[in-house]
Each structure stands twice: as C-alpha cells, then as structure tokens.
Design a protein around this ligand. Structure first.
Ligand code: AHR
Length: 522
C-alpha cells in the first residue's frame, strides 16, 4: 500500500521529481536541501502574495470598512488595525469585489453619496442586504492606502460590455470626459491605477455556467472594450479553470490567448470533497485529517504544472501569466455563524498549507506570476479575524510575514532529499523548502516540517553561495490546531530561531515537528 501511494504521489509531483526531489531517505538520518546559487531562476513575483477581498460575510463590512463615525479606530472609515497589519506584510495586490459577487455587481450602484446608494440582496452569500457603502471610490482609495495594486473583477455574467468599459474609464481616465468629471465630483480628481482587470469570475460556474467555448468568445468580446489611456498599462485577466479543467485553459488560450495577459485558475484545499458531506471542522481535527489536508494542498502543484504545459503550447514565450486567483483552505463555517459567511478559524495547519504553497509557487514562478489567497479578512483562510473592535492575526498571516522577503526576489532552485511523512493512506515529503535571493541581497530559505510528531534534522547545502551569518524565525506550536482567538490573541506567533549553525557552506538545524522556519543568510 505504501509503495502504491508513493508511486501515485510521484506521478502527481512530476515537476518536483524533475527538480531532483528524492523520496527515499533513512528516517533516522539527516534530510538535505541543496540550494543552487549558481542557477538563478525566475523572479518570485510579489503578486504571488496577493489577497482576495469579496463582498462576503464580514470580509468588507467590519473586516475593512467600519465607517468614519465608528468607535473602532479608523482612518477615513478603514479600520486602523487591519490597515497597519496589511502594510506590515507589504500586501502587493488586492482582488475585489468578487468572486461570485463580481458577476452580479453593477459599479454605478456603488458610487456617489453612500446614503443614496442602491440596497440589494447579496444572493450568493447569505442573502443579506448589501447597501453598497463600500464601492469603487472606497476600494480604490483603500488599495492606495495600503500601497497595494488594485485588481478589479468585472461583470461578464449579467452586464453588457459597455458597463465594464465605462467602469474602467471612470477609474482611469485623466481627461475631462463625463466619467472623469463624475469621479471628480465624487471626491477623486486624479485617476487611480488599476493594475489588473478580471474579465468575469468563474464563468464556468456562478459567473454564468458557460462552456469554455462560449466563455472564450465573451472574453474576446469584453476584453476588446477594456481600454486605458495611452501610457497606462493594464493586465487583462481571463476567468480561468476550476482546478484541473485543462480543456478550459486549452480553449481560452487557443481562442483568446492573444488578447489576454493572464488567466486566473481557482484551487481550494478541502480535506473532504463537497459531495462526501463529511464534516470539515477548522479546529479539533485528528492527525489523519492533518495529513489529508496537506496532501490535498500539495495537489495544486500537479495542477499548475498541467495548466502551464497547456499554456506552453500556445505561448512558449510565457507572455500570458498563470494566476491562482483564489486559493486556500475551505472548512465548515464556525458553529453559530451564518453558513453563507464562510467564517472559519485558522490554525497551524493553515500556516503549513500556506508555506507549502509558497514553495510550490517558487518552483513554477516562470509561468505563475500572481496568486490571491481567499480571503483577506474574516472569510475562509483569512489573514485576520475581527470581532467588533477586536482583531487577531492568524497563523496564515504570520506565514505571509515570514515569507515577505521573497517578494520580487530571484528564485534559486533547490533539491530536497527527504523521508516520507505517512499517515494512513496519505504520504508526503516531510520536508518542503524554497530559496529566494531577496531584492535586498539577503538569501531567504523557507523550510517546513509537515510531520506533526517527529523533528527533522536538516542540512542546507549552499552550492555556489556564500553566507557569513544566519538568523531565523520559526512558527510552531504544541498542537496541530493551535490558533489565535480573541481571548488568547498571541497563542501562536513567530519567534526568533537561533539554532541554525552555519559552517563550511552548510547550515545545520533541527526543525521541530509541524514547524516553519525562515532562515536569512547574509
Ligand atoms: O471565495 C469564495 C468563492 O469561491 C468565490 O466567490 C468564488 O469565486 C469561489 O467559488
């Protein structure tokens, strides 16, 4: 049984194998990570640290926007604790307003005096009232406030192309056109920078239940009318495939590839698939569920690889970016919360899901140039959770903090020799790693030990690299579901890690069970 699983995993992890991952190692021995400093690879695009913020539950209202008159400390209506936390991790891009919400969103309902905006029902998420207090001006100003690029998702499913075109003109036109004047009358004279525009969301599902062929035709049509002023750049992002739907990517690239700059796939980590009806609690799970979740998180690598191969056939120069527009864990909603709000706790398990993803992103950074975790605040695998005036940072937030030195750095290939961690039918390499030379010249090495019971001795060999000092930070805890709550907001946080020894071109350390360590070599 063990052999069969191992074989299956190697088949999934085709690219990992190609990069020298050796599955067999003495369980009692030292795992090795060789960093090839003489073979700098692609840039680790900072947009791989993107965030997704949808009008869903308390993701926007309460999570970001509390209003200028709120007792919660705020800057122009945006809650201060969240703004400061986002700035601290250098959030590079925010995708808004959806998600499924995007293909029912009409931007004109979200501009002008807030009290006069249209009140609608959020049909996708809990059937609650949406009063459009947070609209285009509020989002674009928010993105600027936290120094993030704006990624706006348009409505293809239920609006005509001119609506999308006029929205873009409202945001970007510097001229005295009626839309630019309207923007000025709404308090913003200068145009904003829209870095990316999504041509619909999940057009295969909530965005219109389209076939790939029809969606590709609409992408051509809507994309044609997305225009920005001369000298302004805009990435047009097609609604991409769900998970391993390679046919979707094939058709989109074949029919619309020359008209788009990116294609946004979605992949969520579910311990159990929807149809099983099995409970998926965010806390209080057992080790089998831990292993199952991390195994499923790693499945994204084979899927990225599959889509990249399809894209290579149509775009060998890799002009069109593959983006993971939505990724992260999806568990049962917290007991007692509105099931449509997708509110879930976030534990050390989620932190490992995030670090494994960053390692995978590094291995595919040539084609993969953007990813947005779902979602930023209070929804799914969130960075932060709020409760009225209280806010906690999640273990996932701290992974984004530990890895932020990767932003726009240069990936250095790594070869990993690791034993397997196996629990029941789930097997994965105990050690995951990546290395990036930061724009500041520091070599950042991310190491994860997915085994929740055994430590791992690791030798990091620096091939073609020199380093005089090593320092580190660690994220770990005693329990698999360690998390921060409003009563214990600092239960799990990074600590300094001083146990790595640099000696003769090698760093030696022991990773505790279920831990993430970020080493900085200078
Ligand atoms: O993130 C929640 C939802 O998941 C998004 O609205 C949708 O795009 C996806 O199915």
């Amino acid at each position: 049984m063990r052999k069969i699983i191992a074989f299956t995993l190697m088949a999934f992890a085709g690219t990992a194998a190609a990069q020298g991952v050796s599955p067999v190692q003495d369980p009692a021995g030292t795992e090795t990570v060789v960093i090839h400093g003489d073979r700098p690879a692609s840039k680790f695009d900072r947009r791989l640290f993107g965030q997704f913020a949808e009008h869903l539950g308390t993701g926007i209202y309460e999570g970001i926007w509390v209003g200028k008159d709120s007792k919660i400390p705020n800057v122009d209506g945006y809650r201060l604790d969240v703004v400061e936390a986002l700035k601290a991790i250098k959030v590079p891009v925010i995708r808004w307003p959806g998600g499924c919400f995007a293909d029912e969103y009409h931007w004109r309902e979200g501009i002008g005096p807030q009290s006069q905006r249209k009140v609608k029902i959020n049909t996708n998420w809990g059937g609650v009232l949406e009063d459009n207090r947070f609209g285009t001006n509020e989002f674009m100003n928010f993105a600027e406030l936290v120094h993030a690029d704006a990624y706006v998702s348009g409505n293809v499913g239920s609006a005509p192309p001119f609506e999308m075109a006029e929205w873009l003109e409202y945001m970007t036109s510097p001229t005295g056109s009626s839309l630019a004047r309207e923007r000025a009358a709404n308090g913003r004279k200068q145009p904003w920078k829209v870095a990316m525009f999504g041509i619909g969301n999940e057009l295969w599902g909530c965005g219109g239940n389209m076939r790939a062929e029809y969606a590709a035709d609409l992408t051509r049509r809507y994309g044609t009318f997305l225009k920005v002023p001369k000298g302004v750049s805009l990435m047009k992002i097609a609604s991409g495939p769900n998970e391993d739907d390679y046919h979707w990517t094939e058709v989109m690239m074949r029919e619309a590839g020359s008209l788009i700059d990116g294609i946004g796939m979605h992949y969520y980590t579910l311990p159990y698939d929807w149809k099983t009806g099995q409970p998926r609690p965010s806390l209080g799970f057992d080790e089998e569920t831990w292993a199952r979740t991390l195994f499923k998180a790693e499945r994204i690598e084979a899927i990225i690889d599959g889509h990249s191969k399809v894209m290579d056939r149509y775009d060998p120069a890799k002009r069109v970016a593959l983006m993971v527009d939505e990724w992260g864990t999806w568990y049962d909603p917290d007991p007692g919360t509105n099931p449509g709000f997708l509110r879930q706790q976030n534990s050390l398990r989620d932190a490992l899901v995030a670090s494994l993803n960053f390692d995978i992103f590094a291995r595919h950074a040539d084609r993969l140039r953007g990813a947005n975790i779902a979602q930023m605040v209070n929804v799914l695998q969130a960075m932060m959770l709020t409760d009225g005036a209280r806010m906690v940072k999640t273990p996932t937030y701290y992974v984004f903090d530990l890895y932020k030195g990767y932003q726009d750095g240069t990936v250095l290939p790594v070869e990993i020799q690791s034993r397997w961690y196996t629990k029941d039918q789930w097997s994965l390499k105990a050690i995951s790693a990546s290395a990036v030379r930061g724009t500041d010249g520091v070599l950042h090495v991310g190491l994860s030990n997915v085994d929740p019971t055994k430590p791992a001795k690791v030798a990091v060999k620096l091939d073609g690299l020199t380093g005089a000092t090593v320092s580190g930070r660690i994220l770990t805890a005693d329990t698999m579901d360690a998390h921060n709550s409003f009563d214990a907001p600092h239960a799990i946080e990074p600590a300094s890690f001083d146990d790595a020894v640099l000696d003769h071109g090698e760093v030696r350390l022991t990773l505790p069970p279920k831990s993430i360590v970020m080493l900085d070599l200078r």
